[in-house]
Write a protein that binds this ligand. Structure first.
Ligand code: BTN
Length: 214
């Protein structure tokens, strides 16, 4: 499809009429949505798609790993910033917005392919020699997603790629903001801070180690 407001919103509508898994993709979005109520600038030149599938608690983490492994498959090194940003060369290459609708998960994935609209973002075409085919890229991500191993294996992989672990970070949750050293990610995908506090949802900005101010 050429344009839709948001592939996540379109997927929510379609989910009302089918129980099967499905994917919707658009060349551009007029009201692309990001995490925590932000917008996602979606001009032509990006990959914007949403997968509707059964609910799974680690799906956002899985989706970020699936994108990361797809990048690795085409020779691009990646890191993950909790909860599920995919970065290359320290800059954001992909954002993921997972929502629940009709009892199912809508995993919305935005990858900068030809364009990098955000400050401190990067695009895939700048990192690879071959032209990028967005349909193929999307299919590779989906294949990778459904081939990930069991929860223990994928959490272990997530931890090994997650540059938030070991970083001092400013953490903004829906109710507060604080700074702390992130020690690990637990089996539910929550970050564990040095003081033992666990955070389920929020944004992080890395202050030291790994990347600066991402
Ligand atoms: C973020 O990093 O804040 C998440 C961005 C998610 C963007 C994707 S693009 C496809 C899908 N449709 C949307 O409106 N948002 C997601």
């Amino acid at each position: 499809m050429e344009e839709t407001s948001s592939t996540n919103d379109l997927a929510k509508k379609i989910a009302q009429n089918t129980e099967k898994d499905f994917v919707v993709r658009a060349d551009r979005q007029s009201s692309g949505r990001g995490r925590r109520g932000r917008g996602w600038n979606s001009p032509p030149g990006g990959l914007y798609f949403s997968l509707c599938t059964s609910r799974e608690k680690l799906l956002p983490i899985k989706a970020s790993l699936a994108v990361g492994f797809t990048l690795e498959d085409v020779g691009v090194e990646f890191e993950l910033k909790w909860p599920n940003d995919v970065l290359a060369e320290g800059k954001k290459l992909c954002g993921i917005l997972t929502e629940v609708s009709e009892g199912r998960s809508i995993v919305g994935i935005g990858i900068n392919v030809e364009i990098a609209p955000l400050e401190n973002s990067i695009n895939l075409a700048a990192l690879v020699d071959e032209p990028v085919n967005v349909d193929e890229l999307m299919q590779r991500v989906i294949d990778r997603l459904f081939k990930l191993g069991n929860d223990d294996d994928l959490l272990q992989a997530y931890r090994s790629y997650c540059s938030t672990i070991g970083s001092h970070a400013v953490i903004t949750t829906p109710s507060s903001q604080f700074t702390g050293l992130v020690r690990n990610v637990d089996n539910k995908g929550r970050i564990i801070l040095q003081n033992g506090k666990r955070v389920t949802a929020g944004d992080v900005v890395h202050l030291r180690k790994g990347a600066q101010n991402r």
